[in-house]
Design a protein around this ligand. Structure first.
Ligand SMILES: *Cc1c(COP(=O)(O)O)cnc(C)c1O
Length: 354
C-alpha cells in the first residue's frame, strides 16, 4: 500500500513540452509567454485585462493597487482563509477588518460583515474567498462593500449563480501555486474588466513605473511558469470533470451524517471534500483512522491560523470559524489520484469507526 498524499500536482508530457519550448526558444526573459497567458485569461473571462504576477499574495496586493486603496483603509477579510490575505493588506499599507464566515460553506458572512462594519468601520474593499469552490454571497456582500475582490484561488473554473467565478467583483485574483486548481509551480493572476483598474495594475508592474508611494519590485511572472500555467489552463475542463467524478464517488460512499453540502452543484469546481464531524474528538478519531490506512486526511486550516487569532482578537465574534476548525476534515481530491486511490478512500469511507 502506498501513502496517498492530501494533494499533488498533475504534470503531463504536454506541460513539460510547453516549458521546454520556452527554454529552447532562446528567450527566457519574462515576455511573450506571459502575455499569451494574460490573453488566455482575458478570453476565459470574456473581457478585461489580466496581469500574471509572481504569487497569489501579490495578486491580492495588486488588486488593492488597482482599487487605489488609500493607506490605512480597512479591507474586509474572512477569518477562515489564509495569512496571505493579511500579508496583502499589510503590503498595501491598509488594515484588516476580520469577518466571520457562513457555518456551512465557510465563505464570508454578510451578516458578520455588516456587524464588523458597524462595530469597527466601513471597509474600503473586501477580499471574498470562494472557499473550497463554494460561491460566496456576492450580491449581499457587495451591498455592504461594493469594492469586491474575488479570491478564486480555490475555485478557479467554478460557475456560480452569479456567473463565472471572478466576473462579479471589481477584481478577480487567483494563485498558480503548486497545490491550486491549475499551477505554474508558483504565480498569481489579477484580472479586472474595469479599464481604469486594469491600467493602474499594469502600470504598477511595469519596470519603468515611478511612484513616490510604492517601492518597485519584480512582479511579473516568468515565461517558464507562464508556459506551465497555460498548458494546465488548457485542461481546465478535464480538471473540473475529474474532480466532479471523484466527488461523486466519495459522496456515494460517505455516511449521510458527515456528507458535505453543496458539492454536487453542476457548476462547482470542487477543490476540497470536507467532512463535517460532530465534534473535535470525532474529527481526531477519523484523522487517525485515515492516517493509519495511509491516506493523508488533513485538518486544513487550524485554529491558530484563523486570522482573528493571528491578530490576537477576541474569538467571541467568530463562532462559525471556531466551530469549523474543530470539526472539519479534508480528504485527498485531485486529478493526479488514480482510480485505485479513489477506490481506497471510498472503501475507508464505508468503514469509518463510530
Ligand atoms: C493560496 C492562496 C492564496 C495565496 O496564494 P500564493 O500564490 O500562495 O501567494 C490566497 N488566497 C487563497 C484563498 C489561497 O488559497
Amino acid at each position: 500500500m502506498t501513502w496517498i498524499d492530501h494533494n499533488a500536482p498533475l504534470v503531463t508530457a504536454n506541460d513539460r513540452a510547453a516549458v521546454d519550448r520556452v527554454l529552447q526558444s532562446g528567450w527566457i526573459a519574462p515576455g511573450p509567454e506571459r502575455h499569451r497567458l494574460e490573453e488566455d485569461l482575458a478570453s476565459y473571462f470574456g473581457s478585461g485585462r489580466t496581469v500574471a504576477t509572481t504569487s497569489g499574495t501579490l495578486a491580492l496586493f495588486l488588486a488593492l493597487v488597482g482599487l487605489d486603496a488609500p493607506a490605512g483603509a480597512l479591507i474586509a477579510v474572512p477569518t477562515y482563509s489564509c495569512v496571505a490575505l493579511l500579508d496583502a493588506v499589510r503590503l498595501a499599507g491598509c488594515r484588516p477588518l476580520v469577518v466571520d464566515v457562513e457555518p456551512d460553506e465557510l465563505t464570508m458572512s454578510p451578516e458578520a460583515l455588516r456587524d464588523a462594519a458597524e462595530r469597527i468601520g466601513q471597509p474600503y474593499a473586501a477580499f471574498v474567498v470562494h472557499t473550497y469552490g463554494a460561491t460566496a454571497a456576492l450580491p449581499e456582500l457587495a451591498k455592504i462593500c461594493p469594492n469586491i475582490v474575488e479570491d478564486c484561488c480555490h475555485s478557479f473554473g467554478s460557475e456560480g449563480p452569479y456567473g463565472r467565478h471572478g466576473t462579479f467583483g471589481r477584481v478577480a485574483v487567483s494563485s498558480l501555486y503548486a497545490t491550486k486548481v491549475f499551477t505554474g509551480a508558483t504565480g498569481g493572476l489579477c484580472w479586472s474588466a474595469d479599464p481604469q483598474i486594469a491600467e493602474r495594475i499594469t502600470a504598477y508592474t511595469q519596470a519603468s513605473f515611478r511612484s513616490s508611494r510604492w517601492p518597485r519590485m519584480t512582479l511579473t511572472l516568468s515565461d517558464l511558469h507562464a508556459a506551465l500555467a497555460r498548458s494546465q489552463l488548457s485542461r481546465l475542463a478535464q480538471v473540473r470533470e475529474r474532480r466532479a467524478w471523484i466527488t461523486n464517488q466519495y459522496l456515494a460512499a460517505c455516511p449521510d451524517a458527515l456528507a458535505p453540502t453543496g458539492l454536487p452543484d453542476p457548476g462547482r469546481l470542487v477543490y476540497r471534500f470536507v467532512l463535517r464531524c460532530a465534534d473535535e474528538k470525532e474529527r481526531e478519531r477519523l484523522l487517525d483512522f485515515f492516517h493509519l490506512h495511509e491516506v493523508d486526511a488533513s485538518r486544513l486550516t487550524q485554529r491558530h491560523e484563523l486570522l482573528h487569532r493571528e491578530l490576537g482578537f477576541d474569538s467571541h465574534y467568530f463562532p462559525a470559524a471556531e466551530a469549523a476548525v474543530a470539526r472539519t476534515l479534508s480528504l485527498p481530491l485531485y486529478p493526479a489520484m488514480s482510480d485505485a486511490d479513489v477506490q481506497r478512500v471510498c472503501d475507508l469511507l464505508t468503514q469509518l469507526p463510530r
